[in-house]
Design a protein around this ligand. Structure first.
Ligand SMILES: Nc1nc2c(c(=O)[nH]1)N[C@H]1C(S)=C(S)[C@@H](COP(=O)(O)O)O[C@H]1N2
Ligand SMILES: [Mo]
Length: 327
């Protein structure tokens, strides 16, 4: 068994993250809140449709009509979504991915989908982009470290891809594998985690309509630091379940080992559902800090919701399970 000290990882962010940027972000955020308050005749989210920042190629998505797929909360500013990241392959500091991920080569790109399926195959990114209709979904993303964001993703349900390969009856879990290229990813030599970054879901979780295969955010293709050219987004689980820059999706019978579970099994279980009642061994999960909010670090923390607020959609997946034991 591999044992490593993770004490320097996943600690609450230091006070040094207050930057002058917070000042103009606050002003923008207040304007946005005022706009939402003023747009009484509109659906609550209509006035906060993701405005393109105009930095990357457009990737439009039709607003999803799936219940729960669009939170009315104000969007986290693009600068925070793309400047405060966990993508350990590019470094463990929150600013490292934005600085380093330009080195990631996103073309050519393909994803191998295999294992216990009737039709294993490799999908070129060009084909994946056309496989199903792109939707915009505004999800909360809750990091296990205690911060959260509200992000307008563009993508389609992972189920659309899984259906293509025809899962066999013996498939019970899905393993997700991220790109691991030592020539572009500086942290691969440091050994913070076992690479490639690997995650997993139970097959019914993977097939749930809220489980998104994301190709973009804010109406444009994904910035590299957010997991280009495609990544998973599982909104009711801690952020680390949403693996970035996927190259392989494998259907398997046994529960797959995952990078964080291997690194610190007592701290990171397989399920990792957002749960304010189950503390991390080193800190509470009862509340969270919303990035980009007025007040910055001094803004009031908000209570974390069971399943990150998606209980109505997903709680039935866990009926009869002891969620303290299966954390
Ligand atoms: N390959 C890979 N995927 C990853 C990570 C990572 O380090 N490597 N970090 C995870 C964590 S801890 C979080 S909170 C989210 C962050 O996604 P974001 O940067 O788009 O907000 O990505 C997850 N996916
Ligand atoms: Mo995270």
């Amino acid at each position: 068994m591999l044992i490593r000290s993770q004490d320097k990882d996943f600690l609450p962010p230091p006070a040094s993250e207050i930057t002058p940027r917070a000042v103009w972000q606050q002003r923008r955020q207040l304007l946005r809140l005022a706009a939402i308050a003023g747009g009484a005749s509109l659906a609550p989210w209509a006035s906060q449709a993701a405005e393109r920042p105009g930095k990357l190629a457009a990737l439009p998505g039709a607003r999803s009509s799936l219940p729960g797929a669009t939170t009315p909360e104000p969007l986290t500013p693009y600068a925070d979504v793309t400047g405060y990241n966990n993508f350990y392959e590019f470094g463990t500091d929150k600013a490292d991915p934005a600085r380093q991920a330009h080195r990631l080569k996103t073309r050519p790109w393909s994803v191998q989908v295999d294992g216990l399926v009737g039709k294993p195959r490799s999908f070129a990114i060009e084909d994946l982009l056309k496989l199903a209709g792109m939707e915009e979904r505004i999800y909360r993303l809750r990091c296990v470290e205690g911060w959260s964001m509200v992000i307008p993703w563009v993508g389609y349900p992972l189920a659309e891809l899984l259906k293509q390969v025809q899962p066999l009856g013996s498939a019970k879990y899905v393993e997700f594998v991220s790109q691991a290229d030592p020539s572009t990813m500086p942290e691969l030599r440091a050994g913070v985690l076992d690479w490639p970054y690997t995650e997993g879901l139970r097959l019914d979780e993977a097939m749930h309509p809220l489980t998104l295969l994301a190709f973009g955010l804010y109406g444009e293709v994904l910035p590299n630091q957010n997991g280009a050219p495609l990544r998973l987004v599982v909104p009711w689980k801690y952020g680390f379940k949403s693996a970035k820059s996927l190259v392989r999706i494998r259907l398997v019978e046994q529960m797959p080992r995952t990078s964080w579970n291997l690194a610190a099994p007592r701290e990171y279980g397989f399920y990792s559902n957002v749960n304010p009642e189950v503390a991390h061994p080193r800190w509470s999960q009862a509340n969270e800090r919303r990035l980009g909010e007025p007040g910055g670090l001094f803004a009031k923390r908000r209570p974390t919701q069971p399943f990150n607020g998606y209980a109505a959609q997903v709680a039935q997946l866990y009926t009869g399970m002891d969620l303290h034991r299966f954390y």
